[in-house]
Structures are given as structure tokens and as C-alpha cells.
Ligand binder design. Structure first.
Ligand SMILES: Nc1ncnc2c1ncn2[C@@H]1O[C@H](COP(=O)(O)OP(=O)(O)OP(=O)(O)O)[C@@H](O)[C@H]1O
Length: 251
């Protein structure tokens, strides 16, 4: 049972520095249950770093974040509470999808029957017993999503999940994220595909230069741009489109 008065995701004043380089500065936002929130921003803006902090893969220099009211590290059963897709790489090339999912389920104390469920849900059943090394990018994305869904979580954090998906896969993802939120789940999804975010998101958070440049309901934010997310986004980020790079700053 969820306490819907507690946000699914709460980022409060997150900062992350790499050496002297401030990749993320004072980023705060909420993702309530029942909503899809799009995390947008130019290359190098700090989206992935923010998501990594939310799930304990990067330690904030300052600030805190909570998932369902607790820091990620304090979740009792993280795989059952939050599904994460941060990188569709990092899969063992010789394993099959079914083997990968069985191992992930066993490690998270999830019923092995869920493996069949998520293979079906993500359209991966036909490829389930082939080695991952032969998978396309889109198939790896589907497997990453299947892994995220294994524990039947109520919260999803997805970094560019549409990357490599074919048109049918993009539609499938859109419909599933909308259905997930309609059933009371919460989704934070990053993407450069603004048309896709326009279809799927209720709210957006735009990060530019490591800071929140705009956040709120999609329809309200884009009202002065005829409801067009692309015009809104390009106006907002017009002065911040250069790729930020720690490397370029020799840090
Ligand atoms: N481990 C690291 N060490 C040094 N710099 C890093 C590290 N991780 C990220 N950065 C820098 O932090 C900044 C933000 O990177 P991040 O990957 O969060 O951006 P992003 O918004 O996800 O970009 P993209 O849309 O290109 O994926 C970039 O300048 C990047 O070079």
C-alpha cells in the first residue's frame, strides 16, 4: 500500500561536483505517484548524474534524495520498490535474457515466475534463450526494462529508455508508461525525444548547466508556446546548448 501523500521521488538541493567541476547544482523536484515526469536537458546538462544520485550510484556533494520517503540505501526491498534503467550496456554477453533475469530475480528475492511475465510484457520472449551478445540496442533496452520491471515496482527511473527502440517499441513504451502511471505508479524518464515526452509526460523538469531551468506541468509550461514543447525547450535552452564537459575544463 502506498502513502500517496509522500512523493515517489524527492530530490532536495542536489549538488554533484567532479573535482572543481559542478555537474549538478541545487537540483530539487518531486515526482508524485500517478505521474510521468520527463527529465530534459542538453547533452551534459546533468540528467544522468541526477538519476545516479537518486539511486545511490553517485554520492551527492550536497543535498538529499528520497524514494517513497526514504533514501535509496534505506529501502528495505529496493528491487520491489523501484525499477531503474540507467544503462542498457553492462549485460553479460554470453548469458541469455532468461538467464540474466533469473539471476536478477534470485539476487533480489523475487519469484522466478516473474521472469516469464516480464519477458512477455517487454516482447522479449522470442529472443529469451539467445545470448545477449547478439542483441540489438533496442533488444538490450527491452531487456533492461524487463529487469527494471521484475520486482513489480511502483516507481521507475529510466534514462533514455527509448534509445534504439523501433517505432513499435516506442509506442509500446509510451503506452506502458502511461498505463503504469494510470495504475498509480510514478515515472521519471529522461529523453532527447521531445515529441515522445510531449506524448507521455504530465510534468517536465528541464536541467540546463546543471541547474533546474524550468519545472512544472507540461501544459502550463508550454502554454505560451502554443503547447509546443520543442519551441518552449529550445527557447529555454537557447543559450545553453553547448555541450558541457568536465573533460573540456581539464578537471
Ligand atoms: N564520473 C564523472 N567524472 C567526471 N565528470 C563527469 C562524470 N560523470 C559525469 N560527468 C560530467 O558531468 C556533466 C553532466 O553529465 P551527465 O551525464 O549527467 O549529463 P546528461 O545530461 O545526462 O547528458 P547526455 O544528455 O549527454 O546524456 C558532464 O559535463 C559530464 O562530463
Amino acid at each position: 500500500m502506498n502513502d500517496n501523500t509522500i512523493p515517489a521521488i524527492h530530490a532536495a538541493g542536489l549538488h554533484k561536483s567532479f573535482g572543481d567541476y559542478a555537474a549538478v547544482e541545487d537540483v530539487s523536484f518531486l515526482v508524485p505517484y500517478g505521474r510521468v515526469v520527463g527529465l530534459l536537458g542538453p547533452n551534459g546538462a546533468g540528467k544522468t548524474t541526477t538519476m545516479r544520485m537518486l539511486v545511490g550510484l553517485a554520492t551527492p556533494t550536497q543535498g538529499v534524495s528520497h524514494i517513497a520517503g526514504r533514501p535509496y540505501a534505506a529501502l528495505s526491498r529496493p528491487a520491489q520498490q523501484i525499477g531503474v534503467v540507467l544503462d542498457a550496456g553492462g549485460l553479460h554477453p554470453s548469458r541469455t535474457a532468461r538467464q540474466h533475469l533469473r539471476i536478477a530475480a534470485a539476487m533480489a528475492h523475487i519469484d522466478a515466475a516473474r521472469v516469464t511475465d516480464v519477458l512477455n510484457e517487454t516482447g522479449m520472449m522470442a529472443a529469451a534463450d539467445r545470448p545477449i551478445k547478439g542483441y540489438s540496442l533496442g533488444m538490450r533496452q527491452r531487456l533492461a526494462l524487463a529487469t527494471a520491471l521484475l520486482g513489480d515496482p511502483r516507481v521507475l527511473i529510466l534514462d533514455e529508455p527509448a534509445n534504439g527502440l523501433d517505432p513499435a517499441g516506442i509506442r509500446w513504451l509510451r503506452e506502458n508508461l502511461r498505463a503504469f502511471a494510470a495504475a498509480g505508479g510514478a515515472v521519471l524518464v529522461s529523453s532527447h525525444l521531445l515529441a515522445e515526452i510531449e506524448h507521455v509526460a504530465d510534468d517536465v523538469v528541464v536541467i540546463a548547466h546543471g541547474r533546474v531551468a524550468a519545472a512544472g506541468e507540461l501544459t502550463a509550461l508550454t502554454a505560451h508556446h502554443g503547447g509546443d514543447l520543442e519551441s518552449f525547450y529550445l527557447d529555454l535552452t537557447a543559450t545553453t546548448t553547448e555541450v558541457r564537459s568536465c573533460f573540456a575544463q581539464n578537471c
